[in-house]
Design a protein around this ligand. Structure first.
Ligand SMILES: Cc1ncc(COP(=O)(O)O)c(C=O)c1O
Length: 428
């Protein structure tokens, strides 16, 4: 949905006081635009809402949603932790000056190189996905004689009502080890208890992405707290840290509204407090890992319209200068977006179109069956809530150029440059 900095006055569209049409001309389209005011509000909402008098809290920004040097800098300045999932993520974090002690390193198939890099760079917490990985990590820490804190990723077997590609906690999921597999859990605990340099501090779970129901988190919290209590009792250990992952949904369309951060997160805190006190749990530190809900609704993408092409089959196509390369989500998960034409927001919307890109794929669709006003060549289309998993999932298919990303607050800052033709030859 629309970011808070977006205003429409006398049919002129502004973002934080800047005329959007001028921005599109100056920085060229396609263009990723981030509303700094919305981004900072989201960060602050998490910081104020994820608080408890019963346990310490840590908000871990899931950088897979969007990562540039500037984003890493903002996350660092606000003292959030950051979730990384690859050597590339770790490298960008480090080169951006991010506090590596605040890195939570994920991944279901970390390479030896990634594990070594994490150990050598003293990251905060490594989330171990499985037993094989744990054994590799023990060997690496022995070799380097370096300590590392870990959590173990568990699969609590929760079936959330989201797209099948973003469910992560069904019993057959590739992520983590099942809380129901006593044998493997036993081996994990025994392996870590014998390790000289690896310290297990708690467990992690992430139930999926674009989760709209707070009840799913309630179930996750019940299962994870119960499991952690059981392990503490059974092995006479004291695991005080619990990470319940991210996945908090955002509102992409009017028909599917998500709870705002300041409603969803207090619910989560209340469930945690109730479960921890009811079960007399030893948990004293809780982490959440929002990605989408920090950057998603702060983003809009601007495209230049070239024409509406009618077809013999009666479908009208609105052609834009970007498409699936800058936003793969409609093709990947049938994601739907709301959109408007800049400086025509007050015009009557009466032409039914599919908004499509310029790639050689019929699935290169940004939005199907949407009403738009009477557009002309060079009008600018803006697609809302594109801040998460758009820039980060960009591909160079058809040798399309990666759009620039700008951060728009009082001033405008280019936080990722637009790719140029010569960049396409960099690897050849
Ligand atoms: C382990 C983990 N944590 C956090 C996230 C962030 O999810 P979201 O961006 O939906 O909040 C993901 C997303 O895939 C994830 O895999």
């Amino acid at each position: 949905m629309k970011p808070i900095g977006l205003k429409n006055k006398d049919n002129i569209t502004y973002l934080n006081g800047h005329v959007l049409k001028d921005i599109a001309h100056t920085y060229k389209t396609p263009l990723y635009v981030l509303d700094e005011v919305q981004l900072l509000k989201n960060i602050n909402d998490y910081k104020t809402c994820f608080k408890s008098s019963m346990f310490n809290t840590n908000v871990v920004y899931a950088s897979k949603a969007l990562l540039t040097k500037e984003i890493a800098k903002i996350i660092n300045e606000h003292n959030l932790y950051m979730d990384s999932v690859s050597l590339g993520d770790l490298y960008v974090a480090k080169e951006s000056g991010f506090n590596m002690k605040h890195i939570v390193f994920h991944g279901n198939n970390k390479s030896i190189e990634e594990l070594e890099y994490a150990v050598q760079n003293d990251i905060g917490i490594l989330v171990v996905d499985n037993l094989v990985e744990l054994k590799r990590l023990v060997e690496i820490t022995n070799r380097f004689e370096k300590n590392i804190k870990i959590m173990i990723r568990l699969n609590p077997g929760i079936d959330v009502h989201t797209h099948v590609y973003v469910q992560t906690s069904k019993l057959c999921s590739k992520f983590g080890e099942s809380i129901y597999d006593d044998e493997i859990v036993d081996e994990l605990i025994k392996t870590v208890s014998k390790a000289k340099y690896v310290e297990l501090i708690g467990f992690h779970a992430h139930i999926g992405s674009s989760v709209m129901e707070h009840e799913a988190y309630q179930l996750e919290i019940e299962k994870m707290v119960e499991f952690q209590n059981k392990i503490n009792n059974k092995y006479h250990i004291c695991l005080e840290h619990l990470n319940i992952g991210g996945g908090f949904g955002i509102t992409y369309t009017k028909n599917n509204k998500a709870l705002p951060i300041d409603e969803m997160i207090p619910n989560v805190v209340a469930y945690l407090e109730s479960e921890i006190s009811k079960t007399k749990s030893l948990i004293k530190h809780v982490y959440i890992e929002p990605g989408r809900s920090i950057v998603g609704n702060a983003g809009i993408t601007l495209y230049t319209i070239s024409q509406i092409k009618p077809t013999y089959g009666k479908k009208n196509y609105l052609f834009i200068d970007g498409g699936m390369t800058d936003n793969i989500r409609p093709a990947l998960y049938q994601a739907t977006y709301e959109l408007d034409v800049i400086n025509k927001m007050n015009d009557k919307k009466e032409i039914l179109v599919d908004v499509v890109g310029k790639c050689c794929e019929s699935g290169d669709i940004i939005r199907t069956d949407v009403l738009v006003p009477n557009v002309e060549e060079n009008d600018i289309l803006m697609v809302y809530s594109t801040g998460a998993y758009n820039y980060s999932m960009f591909s160079n298919y058809n040798n399309m150029l990666k759009p620039a990303m700008i951060l728009v607050g009082k001033d405008i800052k280019v936080i990722s440059k637009r790719e140029e033709l010569k960049d396409l030859l960099r690897l050849f």
